[in-house]
Design a binder for this molecule. Structure first.
Ligand code: ATR
Length: 272
């Protein structure tokens, strides 16, 4: 049997841990796969995907800045890709490109499985209203938190994002709210930073009172201690970076391609 071929496509891509993660999963099942990093030209994403399709690849993960182009390139979209407006996992089947998004599921699974925190009935604060926030809002809502507050620097963007999810929130009995950073004061059970402020090491104007000792402060960014994490740590909250989410989103992609659920805990542990 020939080795199944996969890739992660991005620009830049050198830093990507996806090949290591997928190879670790494959070895849990004694499977041999090839999984490479592909640097696509910024103006050549669709050509890159066409080449993979013609060369018999089974699938690809998509990272910055191509998640929207992957959405556009997909012939078929899952519900979670549609709600995220972005695709991070492509499957190639009989000349068809199938787009899915496993980011939100990755976040939720990390919180539930590794942090052993409930989302149901909890007060959740989501910081940001860009692509990263939109990618996780639906999977959070279906977990039925009591309250999901979205806070963003540009308030109109937060309102626009929230509007699209009001029906889902209602059917899951979630109170959905929008606030400015300045107005946030009460503490939350889980605070998720989905802004890109940490990329420039910029702090968010958050009061310490949003963090209680039991709060899980989760930064979706991986690989650095952001000002958000530093503030939450100083306020004695529990703090997480996005490593668990990275491994869990990969596990869901692995399941889509292979129908197998890998054990994520040892993989997260090995990266720590
Ligand atoms: P991503 O795909 O990473 O979400 P994006 O769609 O550009 O990227 O969204 C970036 C998010 O981070 C937005 O919510 C942005 O806030 P605005 O909508 O007000 O622009 C937020 N963000 C980025 N830098 C920030 C900063 N220094 N302070 C507060 N919010 C910031």
């Amino acid at each position: 049997m020939s080795t199944e071929k996969f890739a992660v496509i991005g620009h830049p891509i050198e830093h990507s841990k996806s090949p290591l993660i997928h190879q670790a999963f494959a070895s849990q099942f004694g499977k041999s796969i090839s999984y490479e990093k592909l640097l696509s030209p910024l103006d050549g994403f669709s050509e890159t995907v066409s080449r993979l399709l013609s060369e018999g690849y089974r699938g690809a993960n998509i990272t910055v800045p191509f998640k929207f182009e992957a959405f556009e390139a997909s012939h078929v979209l899952s519900d979670r890709a549609t709600s995220a407006g972005a695709v991070n996992t492509l499957s190639f089947k009989h000349e068809q490109i199938i787009g899915d998004n496993t980011d939100g599921c990755g976040l939720v699974n990390d919180i539930l499985r590794h942090w052993r925190r409930n989302i149901e009935g909890q007060k959740i604060l989501l910081l940001g209203a860009g692509g990263a926030a939109q990618g996780v809002i639906l999977p959070l809502l279906v977990q039925k938190p009591a309250l999901l507050t979205v806070a963003n620097r540009s308030l109109d963007k937060a309102h626009m994002m929230v509007q699209r999810f009001e029906a889902v929130a209602q059917s899951n009995q979630v109170k959905l709210a929008v606030q400015t950073f300045n107005d946030l004061a009460e503490n939350y059970d889980i605070v998720i930073n989905a802004t890109s402020a940490g990329l420039q090491a910029e702090a968010l104007p958050l009061k310490d009172t949003i963090f209680a000792h039991h709060t899980l402060a989760y930064d979706m960014m991986y690989g650095r201690e952001t000002p958000f994490m530093q503030q939450a740590r100083a306020a004695k909250a529990q703090v997480s970076d996005g490593l668990g989410m990275l491994v869990e989103q990969a596990a869901e992609a692995f399941y889509i391609w292979h129908g197998l659920r890998p054990d994520t805990a040892p993989v997260i542990q090995s990266f720590r």
